[in-house]
Design a protein. Sequence first.
Length: 90
Amino acid sequence: AGTPYLKVTPSQLRAMTGRRGKDAWTALGGRVYNITPYVAFHPGGGPELLRAAGRDGTRLFGEIHPWVNYEGMLASCMIGMLVEEGEDKK
Ligand code: HEM
């Protein structure tokens, strides 16, 4: 049996902006995280963190603090893997 991670497409990710009552999701290094619980704790501030919401935040994250161990910090917030459009149906 495979690991039961959710397969998240870019268009599904795009809906999760943290606005309009939706949770905020971001993708980092191919993993998708629900960052909603972390918004209030981000040392760089909530609005700054939410710039990565609804999209792949890998580049933004790496430009600012490549030394931060997001895999460790966000392990309990990981909800799935980013896949290409349509790959969630396979
Ligand atoms: C600072 C975590 C995403 C912008 C920090 C720090 C941590 C952290 C631990 C303190 C780093 C240090 O002092 O060495 C995270 C995690 C993220 C994330 C787990 C996962 C999504 C982002 C994104 C942005 C961002 C997407 C920008 C768009 C900043 C800024 C600071 C900061 C500007 C510096 C705050 C300051 O020193 O005044 N973040 N971050 N972060 N983060 Fe993030």
